[in-house]
Design a protein around this ligand. Structure first.
Ligand code: GLN
Length: 450
């Protein structure tokens, strides 16, 4: 059914860069055979999943939506996708993204522009726009994305699905092509909170192949979901004051305010919380993320991976030509910003300063979680915008992640779930944020609300 739906919808949606139909049917057949033989099947047996194309899949092209990895076929499997396969999940294909996960609309893909299933003239958000659109259009039941500054939550919000970014270190990053290593996390998309919870359970856990992976016990998220908060008043929810104000669409504000009222009627105690450093998140991120990216992307030199520019007459020109033609505009912009911020003489003024502000943002959150259990705010200040609307203005594109970025800088878990529609029928997202490793709370609050 998923493959049929992909065949019918892809000419309009373009969520997938690569469909693994034959392999999917084989995997599904293997599950059928197990059932027929009375053998035990995994938690996700037969469930069609979409995988963002920056997760390495052995023997299957992994392009990061970049020309520079056009012909790259990884010789190994990422831990997250291996865990899904072990649980019996059936991968139906690799989903579109902004090149190397840099962007907020999936328009930075070198190959195709993904449409928003709710309005084909609009973007699905990004960078995991392909995964969000595929789940919203039910081309697959669940999908994996990656979130460095909002790339799971913002597209989830734009496409009206549930998306979650786990605590930094909860899911192994082994086999995730690095963008900004201190911020990147893999996370689930689903049409329901329960689906997202089940998918996170399947991929979370310690992995010796990732040195930042956390050695912690993983609770059964789906098993602890309840319809309300009891006893009343025990759960404290804080509204982040600074996220309401200039730049926030009135219709988004109304929907989020209404959602908070509903959380109160479910038994939560509502507080107003101030996170004064929240507004420094965006400038801090746009120093740290490009700095890490400029180092991570140094490996694409035409020697070790993928594309190599032809006709270079010496090594240096081979490097420069490969990178000049292999990378897209946004990727080059970030490599230049990062290289500049890390260069001698500027390091203290930019990178070191940004790291200090990052600590202040973390402290603001720590203070907030001394007062409340969960923070709420909009996921994005607007609903999905028109394709092409922001492509020539990178700063206005960056602004769409204003509310998701501080969470990555602090390493916290955060979830976006649908909380209504604007007057054009486009979905609005509610963002929930909790303290480190309190994914269980996020899922509980989201489930009770949903
Ligand atoms: N949109 C942000 C950026 O362009 C975040 C991307 C992400 O989370 N991967 O960097």
């Amino acid at each position: 059914e998923a493959l049929e739906r992909i065949q019918a919808l892809e000419p309009k949606l373009h969520s997938f860069l690569y469909v693994t139909a034959e392999r999917a049917l084989e995997q599904a057949g293997a599950v059928d055979a197990k059932i027929a033989a009375g053998e035990e099947i995994g938690l996700l047996a037969g469930i069609p999943v979409g995988i963002k194309d920056n997760l390495c899949t052995k023997g299957i092209p992994t392009t990061c939506a970049s020309r520079i990895l056009e012909n790259f076929v990884p010789p190994y499997e990422s831990t997250a996708t291996q865990k899904l396969a072990d649980a019996g999940a059936v991968m139906v294909g690799k989903t579109n993204l902004d090149e190397f996960a840099m962007g907020s609309s999936t328009e930075n893909s070198a190959y195709q522009v993904t449409a928003n299933p709710w309005d084909l003239s609009r973007v699905p958000g990004g960078s995991s726009g392909g995964s969000a659109a595929a789940v919203a259009a039910q081309e697959c039941v669940v999908a994996l994305g990656s979130d460095t500054g909002g790339s799971i939550r913002q597209p989830a919000s734009f496409c009206g699905v549930v998306g979650m970014k786990p605590t930094y270190g909860l899911v192994s990053r082994y086999g995730l092509v690095a963008y900004a290593s201190s911020l990147d996390q893999i996370g689930p998309f689903g049409n329901t909170v329960e689906d997202a919870a089940i998918l996170l359970n399947a991929i979370a856990g310690y992995d010796p192949k990732d040195s930042t992976s956390l050695k912690v016990a993983i609770p059964n998220y789906a098993a602890s979901l309840k319809p309300n908060f009891k006893p009343r008043g025990q759960l404290k929810i804080g509204i982040i004051k600074e996220t309401f104000g200039e730049g926030l669409d009135a219709v988004v504000e109304q929907a989020v305010t209404k959602a908070v009222d509903q959380l109160q009627s479910l038994g939560a105690e509502i507080h107003i919380i101030s996170c004064p450093t929240f507004r420094y998140g965006l400038p801090t991120y746009y120093i740290i993320a490009p700095s890490e990216a400029s180092a991570n992307l140094a490996r694409y030199d035409g020697v070790k991976y993928g594309y190599r520019a032809p006709d270079a007459d010496n090594l240096l020109s081979m490097y420069t030509r490969t990178r000049a033609t292999g990378f897209g505009t946004e990727v080059k912009r970030r490599i230049m910003i990062g290289t500049y911020a890390l260069s001698a003489g500027y390091y203290d003024a930019y990178y070191l300063k940004a790291q200090k502000v990052r600590t202040l943002i973390k402290r603001d959150f720590e203070k907030a979680f001394g007062l409340v259990d969960v923070l709420v705010c909009p996921t994005s200040p607007t609903t999905a915008f028109k394709a092409g609307e922001k492509t020539t203005d990178p700063l206005s594109m960056y602004l769409t992640d204003l509310m998701t970025i501080p969470v990555n800088l602090a390493g916290l878990p955060s979830l976006s779930l649908p909380c209504g529609f604007d007057d054009q029928g486009l979905p609005i997202g509610l963002q929930l944020i909790s303290n480190v490793l309190r994914e269980d709370l996020l899922f509980q609050v989201a489930y009770a609300y949903e």
